[in-house]
Design a protein around this ligand. Structure first.
Ligand code: ADP
Ligand code: MG
Length: 319
């Protein structure tokens, strides 16, 4: 199959194009209109086989996750998804693999209201690079550097499950609890609806890809402030506690990666408002700590907690 046919068959799928997409797949470039008073925001993430996902990953899961982790970056800015490009490198043409990948990508794109507008297709070891484009009201981006002294620290959904699920790879049969954790790893449910409201209250935000301590560390560095975390408040799946015990579950929630939830800061006057928007969008949100002058205070019921998981070193070096 020639490259052209491959693109036609699997990537030029039917989609409801946004009116801002003037030209999608098929020419030398795609063309986007930027609505008046809005700014274009863009971000890229690459997923490489064996590094970011297991070699034997289900192509449908791969397509979903590749798009979700990119859209997650748009959400963390308070941006509205608009379009994406897909650069894919494939070892060969496997029709059933491509079919499953393409269908899942189309479904995910529809769910996230984002249009595939172009890309590149090459032969090589399996890797996927997606570049996303979104828009936001001029000057209304939620940046990492905006946290203020005394702000509350919040997270969406639950943390740590994806890290636990990494250990389930290649297991023959999974219990119901393990299945739930596995889903958290392979199909992260990004807080799509809630994030659209982020700029109504958040002073800073980041999406959690490397782990809470590491990622919140970026907000701290850029805002030149510190953070106190109340570990007993961290939102954990029951299944995670069952699987790991509460102590290890908390360690994974602090240091484990791949959650793709949002961590954001907001003035305490917005507590009610945040809970209102969370309810309206059926999103779990939890207040887990507070912005302080400097450094990390990781407290369990008021006492310092030792961090036994890895990403601690990583962010300590950055502070
Ligand atoms: P060129 O050689 O000019 O870069 P290509 O043959 O690579 O053109 O691509 C032809 C068209 O198909 C372009 O619009 C390009 O953006 C699109 N395209 C190529 N690969 C993909 C892909 N994997 N997904 C979506 N669009 C793609
Ligand atoms: Mg090309």
């Amino acid at each position: 199959m020639a490259e052209f046919n491959l693109i036609q068959n699997y990537f030029n799928f039917e989609q409801d194009l946004s009116k801002s997409v003037v030209k999608a797949i098929g020419d030398d470039c795609a063309i986007l209109d930027i609505p008046k008073g809005r700014q274009l925001v863009t971000s890229t993430d690459t997923l490489i086989s064996g590094v970011h996902f297991f070699d034997n990953i289900d192509p449908a899961d791969l397509a979903y996750k590749a798009l979700a982790v990119n859209v997650s970056d748009l959400l963390a800015m308070g941006a509205k998804p608009l379009a994406f490009t897909l650069a894919i490198s494939l070892p060969g043409i496997n029709a059933s693999w491509l079919e499953a990948f393409s269908q899942s990508l189309q479904q995910a794109a529809q769910n996230f209201s984002i249009n595939l507008i172009g890309g590149d297709t090459t032969q090589g070891s399996l890797s996927i690079t997606i570049t996303v484009y979104g828009t936001l009201k001029k000057g209304k981006a939620v940046l990492r550097n905006g946290a203020q002294l005394g702000d509350d620290i919040w997270v969406t959904s639950t943390l740590g499950s994806a890290r636990s699920a990494l250990k389930l790879h290649n297991k023959d049969s999974l219990s119901d609890e393990q299945k739930l954790l596995w889903q958290k790893l392979i199909r992260p449910q990004i807080p799509f609806k809630f994030a659209k409201r982020l700029n109504k209250f958040a002073t800073a935000a980041i999406d959690l890809s490397d782990g809470l301590l590491a990622d919140l560390g970026h907000i701290m560095v850029q805002s030149q402030l510190g953070a106190r975390l109340m570990v007993e408040t961290l939102p954990l799946e029951e299944a995670l506690i069952e699987q790991e015990g509460i102590g290890q579950a908390r360690q994974y929630a602090l240091a484990g990666g791949d959650d793709y939830q949002l961590c954001f800061t907001a003035h305490k006057k917005y507590r009610k408002k945040i809970l209102y928007h969370a309810e309206k969008t059926q999103t779990q949100v939890t207040r887990i700590g507070k912005i302080i002058e400097q450094g990390y205070q990781v407290l369990l019921n008021g006492e310092p907690l030792a961090i036994t998981e890895n990403s601690w070193q990583h962010f300590q070096a950055n502070l």
